[in-house]
Every structure is written in structure tokens, then in C-alpha cells.
Ligand binder design. Structure first.
Ligand code: APR
Length: 229
């Protein structure tokens, strides 16, 4: 029998137990900055040094973090299912845990790209500074989808969501579109699970089961069930 397709939409909550702060849980600030100060195209135009330094810090922090049990448990699902992860996270913790198919909707911290040609993407593990250029001699920027920018991977993600036999949402407040709309691309008969200690609001979606736990616990429970069903 063909393997079933599991599609997973993950957000900042899955990496919280690895020590990476979520965006909307705390004081409204993201690592001491308002989001519009550091994560918008306007910020890049008006305050390039601050934006570069902010992402340099995030990159350094990421290199000190490890995948947690939630990332690792998802890898077990690959023994029985075709598993596709769609993540809003810019960290590489799913990959480091061993997940094979990871689509990054909002970019990747460990990559940079040309400002002249968005197809020129490079691996990057050191500080990115004003003056670092691509092969076409234009400034390099973080490979991040900032607020106000298009989400180039959205079409691919929607196609994957439409093929899901089971859809799992982990650790996202589901307030940022278009990512939050991915659930609506699934067939209405597809079982859907939401793992999050603070139930995000999901409207007009059935059947849905909430697992109101932090990711490490909730993912373990669900994986145990899915592996024996
Ligand atoms: N386990 C699971 N979920 C958790 C945990 C945990 N240990 N801790 C917090 N959460 C949940 C919160 O309850 C919340 O619902 O994770 C979610 C985090 O929500 P956000 O901070 O809004 O993060 P996310 O949904 O990923 O943000 C979406 O917004 O700023 C942009 O581009 C950025 O990709 C990001 C997007």
C-alpha cells in the first residue's frame, strides 16, 4: 500500500525548547526589538547596519542551539509516512534533527542572497556586513522573507498541503498570512492536529484535534499514536 502523506506546518513554538524565542509570546518585542525595526523591507532600506547586525546575532545564537525532542520525534514518522515539513522558522533545526523534506516559507538564517538577483543564494555562517557583495557586485542581504515582501515558496507549500492525508500544525500562533491559510488548502476530510500550549484560533476547519501541550510532549504523544494506528 502507498504510504500516506503527512504535512506539518511548524512555527516558532517548535524551536522554543531549543532556546530560540518565539515572536509573540512575551513582551511584544523580538530579542529586544520591535519587529518593524528589524524585519521589514523598510528597515533594510533605512537602517541596514542594524538589520545586518540583528541577523548576525540570530545566526550566532542559532549555532549554539540544538534540535529538541519535538524535531527529533517528527523524523520517526518517516519510517511509516511520506513526511513533508513546511516551516515558518528560519532556523535549521528540522534539518539537523534529520528530517528529509523541509520547505522554508520565510527563508533561512544560514543563507544570504544577492539584492540584484534573488536566485543567487549562498550558504553563510559568519557575520554579514555592509559591503559584502554577490558575484554580480550587489550587496548581499539575509535570505529572509521580511514583512511586506512576497512569499515565493507559498505556491509550492499550498500544493503540498493539498496532497496531505494528515495535517499537523505545531507551535504557531497562525496570525501571519499567507502561511496561516495553508490549512485551508487541505481537503475537509483530512484529520488535522494542532499542538500548542495556547490553542491558536482556527476558523471553519474540521475535523481538528487540539493537543494542548508544549511541542516536545505533544509531538511525542501524537507520533506514538500515528505509528500504531
Ligand atoms: N511548544 C509548542 N508551542 C509553543 C511553545 C512550545 N514549547 N512555546 C510557545 N508556543 C506557541 C505559542 O503558544 C504560539 O502559538 O508557539 C506559537 C508562537 O507563535 P509566534 O511567536 O507568533 O510564531 P509564529 O507563528 O511562528 O510566527 C509566524 O511571524 O514574525 C513572523 O516571520 C515570522 O515566521 C514568523 C511568523
Amino acid at each position: 500500500m502507498d504510504k500516506k502523506n503527512i504535512v506539518i506546518l511548524s512555527g516558532a513554538g517548535i524551536s522554543a525548547e531549543s532556546g530560540i524565542k518565539t515572536f509573540r509570546d512575551g513582551d511584544g518585542l523580538w530579542e529586544n526589538h520591535r519587529i518593524e525595526e528589524v524585519a521589514t523591507y523598510d528597515a533594510w532600506l533605512n537602517n541596514r547596519d542594524l538589520v545586518l547586525e540583528f541577523y548576525n546575532q540570530r545566526r550566532k545564537q542559532l549555532l549554539t542551539c540544538e534540535p529538541n525532542d519535538a524535531h527529533r520525534q517528527l523524523v520517526i514518522l518517516e519510517e511509516k509516512f511520506n513526511v513533508q515539513i513546511i516551516t515558518q522558522n528560519v532556523d535549521d533545526l528540522h534539518e539537523r534533527a534529520g528530517s528529509k523534506n523541509v520547505l522554508h516559507l520565510h527563508g533561512e538564517l544560514l543563507k544570504v542572497r544577492s539584492t540584484a538577483d534573488e536566485r543567487l543564494v549562498y550558504d553563510w555562517k559568519i557575520d554579514l556586513v555592509n559591503g559584502d557583495k554577490c558575484e554580480k557586485q550587489s550587496q548581499l542581504r539575509p535570505h529572509i522573507v521580511w514583512f511586506g515582501e512576497p512569499v515565493p515558496m507559498m505556491d509550492a507549500a499550498a500544493k503540498l498541503a493539498a496532497k496531505a492525508d494528515i495535517f499537523i500544525v505545531i507551535g504557531t500562533s497562525l496570525v501571519v498570512y499567507p502561511a496561516a491559510g495553508l490549512l485551508h488548502y487541505t481537503d475537509y476530510t483530512v484529520p488535522k492536529y494542532v499542538i500548542d500550549p495556547n490553542r491558536p484560533v482556527v476558523s471553519n476547519i474540521q475535523p481538528i484535534e487540539y493537543i494542548t501541550e508544549k511541542a516536545s510532549i505533544g509531538v511525542r504523544k501524537l507520533v506514538e499514536r500515528l505509528m500504531v494506528e
